[in-house]
Design a protein around this ligand. Structure first.
Ligand code: SAH
Length: 244
């Protein structure tokens, strides 16, 4: 048996947004490795071993996946959304770099629909002009770096997609992020709160950033702070293509 390590994105939640390529990889796998809630999205079947792990164990998870693939197994490491966006693909390559014995492994990365694209589609086209994405988790980067990026993104008038806005272990960070953006002059910009997009619990709210409250976000929310030219057209929110 020839081992293969596939790093795949399951999309934002809806089964219809899992790509056919990812479905085929899951159907062909011997082992699935990932954070427990994502593993729960993969249908169990005979012969398929599910290796569920805790949230912060990305590196151990990556090493385990490589070890299994080196034994000849067909391993799929799953992330939600896209595996390259604040997810497992970087962790696997970080582990690979530190493990010369595995550098000949067959590896592939299969893209998925990332949360900001699913959220933007629900709202209309808020990412239709230049935009950036910032992870608000400070587990792996110091808060001053986050704050600086927020300020510069605001100054450059990017639409800003905020991942991991708020968690029980970091209740203060999002309130600080909102303050930084308000101080940077974004108070009038439209803020979109997209909760659990494409799932049964989906909820989309949009309001001026200055009226946003920190409790509006949780770990299942993707926030888009629109650029200054973004406007409403009926129920839709869109970024015009032209900026003078
Ligand atoms: N790799 C994932 C992101 C992982 S970080 C992707 O590409 O989408 C986890 C964060 O993604 C969450 O805190 C939330 O901000 C966002 N997210 C993931 N799925 C979401 C969904 N269905 N609805 C809203 N936000 C989501």
């Amino acid at each position: 048996m020839t081992g293969m390590l596939t790093i795949a994105g399951l999309g934002p939640g809806d089964e219809a947004l899992v790509t056919p390529e990812v479905s085929a990889a899951l159907a062909d796998a011997t082992d699935i490795v990932g954070y427990a809630p994502y593993i729960a999205r993969v249908a169990a079947r005979d012969g398929l071993i599910l290796h569920a792990s805790d949230n912060r164990q990305e590196l151990q998870r990556a090493v385990e996946a490589m070890r299994l693939a080196a034994q000849g197994r067909r391993v799929v490491v799953v992330s939600s959304g896209d595996p390259g966006v604040f997810a497992m693909a970087s962790a696997v390559f970080e582990a690979l770099e530190a493990s010369p014995q595995w550098q000949g492994l067959a590896i592939r990365v299969l893209p998925g629909v990332t949360a900001m694209l699913a959220a933007a589609a629900r709202a209309g086209a808020p990412l239709g002009h230049d935009f950036c994405a910032i992870n608000l988790s400070d587990n792996l980067k110091p808060w001053p770096v986050i704050e600086r990026r927020l300020r510069l993104a605001a100054e450059a008038d990017f639409a800003i997609a905020l991942y991991n806005p708020r968690s029980a272990s970091r209740p203060e960070g999002f309130a600080r992020a909102l303050d930084v953006l308000k101080q940077a002059g974004c108070g009038d910009r439209i803020a979109i709160f997209a909760h659990a997009v494409t799932t049964a619990e989906e909820r989309i709210d949009a309001l001026p950033l200055q009226d946003a409250r920190p409790e509006m976000a949780d770990m299942r929310t993707l926030v888009i702070v629109c650029n200054s030219t973004t406007r409403r057209c009926g129920r839709w929110i869109y970024a015009p293509r032209r900026v003078s």
